[in-house]
Design a binder for this molecule. Sequence first.
Ligand SMILES: Cc1cc2nc3c(=O)[nH]c(=O)nc-3n(C[C@H](O)[C@H](O)[C@H](O)COP(=O)(O)OP(=O)(O)OC[C@H]3O[C@@H](n4cnc5c(N)ncnc54)[C@H](O)[C@@H]3O)c2cc1C
Ligand SMILES: NC(=O)c1ccc[n+]([C@@H]2O[C@H](COP(=O)([O-])OP(=O)(O)OC[C@H]3O[C@@H](n4cnc5c(N)ncnc54)[C@H](OP(=O)(O)O)[C@@H]3O)[C@@H](O)[C@H]2O)c1
Length: 362
Amino acid sequence: MAMTVNAAVSLPSSKSPSLSFKNSIAIPERINFNKSILYPRNVSFGGNVISIRAQVTTEAPAKAEKISKKDDEGIVVNKFKPKEPYVGKCLLNTKITADDAPGETWHMVFSTEGEVPYREGQSIGVIADGLDKNGKPNKLRLYSIASSALGDFGNSQTVSLCVKRLVYTNEQGEIVKGVCSNFLCDLKPGADVKITGPVGKEMLMPKDPNATIIMLATGTGIAPFRSFLWKMFFEKYDDYKFNGLAWLFLGVPTSSSLLYPEEFEKMKEKAPNNFRVDYAISREQSNDKGEKMYIQTRMAQYAEELWELLKKDNTYVYMCGLKGMEKGIDDIMTSLAARDGIDWLEYKRQLKKSEQWNVEVY
Ligand SMILES: Cc1cc2nc3c(=O)[nH]c(=O)nc-3n(C[C@H](O)[C@H](O)[C@H](O)COP(=O)(O)OP(=O)(O)OC[C@H]3O[C@@H](n4cnc5c(N)ncnc54)[C@H](O)[C@@H]3O)c2cc1C
Ligand SMILES: NC(=O)c1ccc[n+]([C@@H]2O[C@H](COP(=O)([O-])OP(=O)(O)OC[C@H]3O[C@@H](n4cnc5c(N)ncnc54)[C@H](OP(=O)(O)O)[C@@H]3O)[C@@H](O)[C@H]2O)c1
């Protein structure tokens, strides 16, 4: 059972009116959730920290039978379908990338009145208002949920997204705006939003509170991991207290496009032995060879450590974001595994089977 957080807050964008809440708290344009207000002061984090290196083995482990994360009757899928979507309201919509970032990413919160009961790692569908080019209602687009199941206001009554505004120039030289991402990034507090789902079981969190969870995100692929990390470090539950290692790798183009860095700093302060974060800022950083710092380039700097962690039976890897990242990560894993005479693709198959290698890229 979750302890609900007892401060109801509103997080209005400075430019737009918000719906009214009890205890309204203003935040600046660049998002800055104030955890000391959102969370009870007597919450204890960390505690009996395990030494993760002590559990490392040198051989590929025989995979033990585990309780599947998908094997839980409480997980709801497809409660709302496109023909009868849930209609929520936008409560907050804030640009979280700086003005000089290449592209815009927005964080938004929708009301659900508890009617869209999602889990960390699931997605929802959104149907943008209006008609498509054939005069038919717009089709739904999927978005990874960026809030924990309790939601950003801690009352299980909201769902949040992290959305990149898609704008590109087509072959004719025309500027094209993506239908749903622009609809979402332009939503004003108070506006209706049609929601379907929730969907997806691939990215559900492992049940083991002592697990090592390695999260690999590019851009808005951070969404499910923000959801995981809020549950691990900002919330208190009677039946879940994270005491393993959460290690986040996040790849973005520039430091001005880093997503939720203030939250991750806060997590490091709260649980320095349980949380690590490493950024790969592709257009500002490079490695010793002068190569562009992609997420896999950053991971390569911790190659030995990552490989040792991957041999543990309770290490879970999650990957989310750009499709292109998967190959880059496979390439470094292949070379690491080869040092131990292990065929990576076969090893990955085993990891997938035991739900230790989880990928949602697009
Ligand atoms: C499981 C899942 C989770 C997702 N989660 C998120 C999320 O959390 N946040 C997020 O922002 N997105 C997420 N997405 C992507 C999201 O679903 C949409 O695809 C995205 O927002 C674009 O939708 P749109 O309606 O704005 O664009 P559309 O109007 O659908 O246009 C997209 C189309 O434009 C074309 N196009 C795009 N870029 C270019 C280009 N550079 N040159 C030429 N043509 C191009 C392609 O044909 C593409 O299919 C997720 C996708 C999936 C499958
Ligand atoms: N559940 C899901 O499936 C899910 C959830 C959320 C988002 N997404 C998808 O994830 C993508 C995120 O895009 P974004 O626009 O938010 O990201 P972004 O801000 O453009 O950041 C992406 C980062 O990844 C880098 N990159 C580019 N190619 C790469 C490669 N082959 N390997 C590793 N890194 C690479 C980029 O570097 P450069 O630009 O400098 O090359 C940049 O630093 C979108 O396509 C979105 O649809 C999927």
